[in-house]
Design a protein. Sequence first.
Length: 249
Amino acid sequence: MKKEKYMVIVAGADGKNTAKRIENLTEAIDYFKSQTGTAELSVGKDPKHRNIYSIKENGKLNFVSKEFRNVYFNKPVTQNIWVDKGRGFTSQQSANLIQGRSVYRDDLVKYNSGESYKAWVKLDLEKGKDDRGNFQMQQFMDPQYGYDLKHVLNEYRIKELDDPSQRQKLKSELKNGNRALISTVKDGKEVKLQLEAVPRYGNLNFFTMDGRLEKRNQFEKVQAKENTFDMKVGQSKDKELSTGQELSR
């Protein structure tokens, strides 16, 4: 099975496209920026199964996906991350981590004891890098931290949850750190939004298709008087949140 990698697809003068697969995100962006013709930067298993990040036409940039803009235009965020190799993160998970999102892993291993565990992982981009030049990884242990994705999803009106296969696909997208496309109702009309898992705060973030943050309470099934997750985390989050660089198998 092919692994996900970054791809720069370049249109040739003969009308044929060539795709260069690159493991490192910074290198992929630099190579894409160097193109003087029509090119595309994306990530996926192959050109037929990819997510497009940015597009150039005749050497001029004409598209950058909203969620990728901070990474593309700002000073590159660098991080040493194990990519695949049988025990690390996929290219897409790595890109999501660098963009500040959370990824779920069920195959992490404690460095000292060798004990396996599950956790949501997020780069702590607010603090400086350590002496190795990396951001620390925040880990929200599952189930100890209390973030139950299935339960949180069920609190909102999301059309995809009505179909078992679409529900599973949605959960997989969120656990992979992606912003997943969903259908919901706003002001009596069905709308398309992007959804992101936020385990640190026990919730989800809703975004418009152009990346604007929406107020999540307008999509709730029931207007809750109390946030039981906040109450629980307020009592135990310091105990269950760990920071480190443990790797997965």
